[in-house]
Design a protein around this ligand. Structure first.
Ligand code: SAM
Length: 257
């Protein structure tokens, strides 16, 4: 999928808050080798790098567009083009951090153990993933894509919800780790704009669907979807939109030996 860094960064504050909430729960004093998987435009990696300024921080992403933005904004950090599924660094990490990226990958039953295998003893895997695939913002995309009008063009783009429930992650990770810290938070995000949720999903969940359409179909799909969003997320009295957004957090620490 082709990412648009400008569209993604429209809501930087809201997108950054869960990353800093996750960072505060990392139980390490001075990790020396840190990877940020799915680093996007690099804002989170740069915060991590400031937080532990003696560490070598490497940001990895499969999008050349996002990495170009990261490189331009933060030239002192190391940026690498790569697929998280193949992540296998020569120097294992003390910390593998991944904010809002692993839900783009399937097969978490093999992905998470694989990532734990890329850590040093005592190392930490810290992950945040959106967990709102049943929310109207997402369900309306899937319903429309599977409706008779769009199914031929978009039916195959719908994926099963990639994120499992908390018990599932805990049961998979607890036998592999010293400690598992796992929680979920719903942020009631106050957004501005005429159809703010549409603007939000244009930067993320809607992208694969728009990319599968011919230019002349995009406006029509967005209009149908946009109308549904205005009904599901009516503007408040002050003109803003409240967009509840659930996120799942997982911090796993390995044994020291
Ligand atoms: C929603 S953005 C999050 C960016 C950043 N972590 C942040 O918090 O601002 C998701 C990023 O994951 C990257 N991504 C998705 N699937 C990937 C994969 N299989 N390998 C590497 N990067 C991937 C995308 O290119 C995108 O930059």
């Amino acid at each position: 999928m082709v990412w648009n860094p400008e569209q993604y960064n429209l809501f930087t504050d809201h997108r950054l808050r869960p990353a800093t909430d996750l960072l505060h729960q990392v139980p390490l004093n001075s990790p020396s080798v840190i990877y940020d998987l799915g680093c996007g435009t690099g804002t989170v990696a740069s915060i991590i790098s400031e937080h532990w300024n003696a560490a070598v921080v490497t940001g990895i992403d499969s999008s050349p567009e996002m990495l170009a933005k990261a490189k331009a904004a933060h030239p002192s950090i190391e940026w690498k083009l790569g697929d998280i599924a193949d992540f296998s660094p020569t120097s294992k990490g003390n910390l593998i951090f991944s904010n809002a990226a692993l839900h783009w990958l399937d097969h978490h039953e093999t992905l998470f153990p694989h990532l734990l295998g890329q850590l040093r003893p005592g190392g930490v895997l810290a992950v945040q993933m959106p967990n709102n695939f049943n929310a109207p913002s997402h369900q309306n995309i899937y319903e429309l894509a599977q409706s008779p009008k769009w199914i031929d063009k978009l039916g195959s783009v719908v994926r099963p919800a990639p994120v499992h429930n908390i018990n599932w992650y805990f049961d998979m990770l607890a036998p592999l780790a010293k400690r598992v810290n796992i929680w979920e938070t719903t942020y009631f995000q106050v957004l501005e704009g005429k159809n703010a949720v549409l603007e939000w999903t244009r930067g993320t969940a809607l992208r694969p669907f728009l990319q599968a359409l011919e230019a002349e179909d995009i406006a029509s799909f967005e209009a149908e979807y946009g109308d549904r969003l205005l009904e599901a997320y009516p503007r408040r009295r002050d003109g803003s939109t409240l967009f509840p957004f659930s996120r799942l957090f997982i911090v796993v620490q390995l044994d020291d030996n």
